[in-house]
Design a protein around this ligand. Structure first.
Ligand SMILES: Nc1nc2c(ncn2[C@@H]2O[C@H](COP(=O)(O)OP(=O)(O)OP(=O)(O)O)[C@@H](O)[C@H]2O)c(=O)[nH]1
Ligand SMILES: [Mg+2]
Ligand SMILES: [Zn+2]
Length: 348
C-alpha cells in the first residue's frame, strides 16, 4: 500500500497495529472525511469515495458508529466497510434537545483549536467547556482568539484566556490574514488532525479558508448588536491542508452539554482540587466552612470566583448527563427485552 497517501491522511502505528495479517493483505484503511444522513465520504489510497452507511451501523450504539475522523477498513471490492478501528481520541457531547443521547463530534484529533473572538462574544466559562473536552480526550488545546484586528487591546482577552489554564497555548490573530498560516503552522504539519470548536460567527470557517489558501467553506456575517453568528456552517467535514495537516470545520454549537469528562474536569480545575486538599475539613464544600483554602484563595484574589462556580456547574451538569444517558440505555435494553418476549409469546 502507498503509505505516503495514508500518512498524509493521519495514518500511524496506533491504527496499523490493530490490523490482523489477513486484514493487512485484503483490506484498505479509509479515513472518514464527512458524514451525511445515509452516506460517508471516505479517503484512502484510491482517492475519495462515497460509502453508504449500512443498516447494521445505523442500529449500533452511538459510540460504535463512524464519525468524522474515524478510520474504517474497507474490503478488497472497495464496497463495504468491514470494521471501525479503535480511536486515538474522541470528542462527544450530550445531543441537544429532549432526547438524552450522546452525539459524537469528531475522532482521532491531535489538536483542538478553541476559537473565540476578541469581542462581546468572548466567554471564559464557555472556553472552559471546550478545554474540558480537550483534556478528557488528551488532545492538545490551543485557544485561538480571532478578530484581533477589530479589537483595541487583544492582550486583555489573551490574559483572560491564559488564566484558564497555565499550560495552554493562547494566540490572537486576524483569521482573514494570510499571516495566520504561520502562526498556526506548528499544529498543521503532515498527518496532523485539527478540530475547530467555537460559537457561531467566531471565524472557524474563515480560518479554514485562510489555512486552505482557497475558499472551501462558506462564511457568514454576524449580528451587529451582540456579535453572534448565523450558523453558516451546517455539517462537519475534514479538509486536507496545503501544509499537510487535516482540518475539521464544524457548525458553531448552540449548546455543548458535557458527558463523560470527569478526568477532563479534574485536569482543567487541578488548581481548585489541589487547594481543596488543604481545607480543614475533608468534606469541605468550599462555601462558608472555617479553614477553607479555596475561599481563602478567592479572598486573596488568587482564584476567580467565576472559576469556582463554573467548576461546580460543569461537575453537576456532567453527572446529570451521564445519569440520563445511562437511564436511556437501561430503558432501551428493557424495551429490547420486552420486544423479544413479545415475539416469543406470539410465536408460542
Ligand atoms: N475582521 C475580522 N473578521 C473576521 C475574523 N474572523 C472571522 N471574521 C468574520 O466573521 C464572520 C463570521 O465568520 P465565519 O468564519 O463564518 O464564522 P464561523 O465560526 O464559521 O460560524 P458558523 O459557521 O456559523 O459556526 C465573517 O463575516 C468573517 O469574515 C477576523 O479575525 N477578523
Ligand atoms: Mg462556519
Ligand atoms: Zn474548602
Amino acid at each position: 500500500m502507498s503509505q505516503d497517501t495514508l500518512i498524509s491522511l493521519g495514518w500511524r502505528n496506533f491504527f496499523q497495529q490493530q490490523l490482523s495479517l489477513d486484514e493487512l493483505e485484503s483490506s484498505s484503511p479509509m479515513r472518514v472525511m464527512g458524514v451525511e444522513r445515509s452516506e460517508l465520504t471516505v479517503a484512502g489510497e484510491q482517492g475519495i469515495q462515497r460509502q453508504p452507511i449500512e443498516t447494521h451501523w445505523q442500529q449500533a450504539p452511538t459510540a460504535a458508529r463512524p464519525t468524522v475522523g474515524d478510520w474504517l477498513l474497507v474490503d478488497e471490492t472497495g464496497h463495504s466497510p468491514t470494521r471501525l478501528l479503535d480511536r486515538q481520541s474522541l470528542f462527544k457531547r450530550r445531543a441537544a434537545g429532549e432526547r438524552s443521547n450522546e452525539q459524537l463530534i469528531a475522532a482521532n484529533v491531535d489538536t483542538l483549536f478553541i476559537v473565540s473572538s476578541c469581542n462581546a462574544d468572548f466567554n471564559a466559562s464557555r472556553i472552559e467547556r471546550y478545554l474540558a473536552l480537550a483534556f478528557e480526550a488528551q488532545v492538545t488545546p490551543v485557544i485561538v482568539l480571532t478578530k484581533a484586528d477589530a479589537c483595541e487591546d487583544p492582550a486583555v482577552y489573551e490574559e483572560q484566556a491564559q488564566a484558564l489554564h497555565s499550560s495552554c497555548v493562547v494566540l490572537s490573530l486576524n483569521a482573514l490574514a494570510t499571516t495566520s498560516q504561520n502562526a498556526l503552522a506548528p499544529w498543521c504539519a503532515v498527518g496532523q488532525t485539527i478540530a475547530l470548536l467555537g460559537s457561531s460567527g467566531v471565524g472557524k470557517s474563515t480560518l479554514v479558508n485562510t489555512l486552505m489558501q482557497t475558499e472551501v467553506a462558506a462564511t457568514g456575517g454576524i449580528r451587529e448588536a451582540d456579535a453572534k453568528g448565523r450558523h453558516t456552517t451546517t455539517n462537519r467535514s475534514l479538509h486536507q491542508l496545503p501544509s499537510g495537516g487535516l482540518i475539521l470545520d464544524s457548525p458553531g454549537m448552540r449548546e455543548l452539554q458535557l458527558t463523560d469528562v470527569h478526568s477532563g474536569l479534574s485536569a482543567l480545575f487541578e488548581d481548585i482540587e489541589l487547594l481543596g486538599q488543604q481545607c480543614r475539613f475533608g468534606d469541605c464544600e468550599h462555601a462558608s466552612e472555617p479553614g477553607c483554602a479555596v475561599q481563602a484563595a478567592i479572598a486573596a484574589d488568587k482564584l476567580d470566583p467565576r472559576r469556582l462556580s463554573n467548576y461546580y456547574k460543569l461537575l453537576r451538569e456532567e453527572a446529570h448527563n451521564n445519569m440520563s444517558i445511562a437511564e436511556r440505555h437501561a430503558k432501551s435494553r428493557q424495551f429490547a427485552k420486552q420486544v423479544k418476549q413479545h415475539k416469543k409469546t406470539n410465536r408460542g
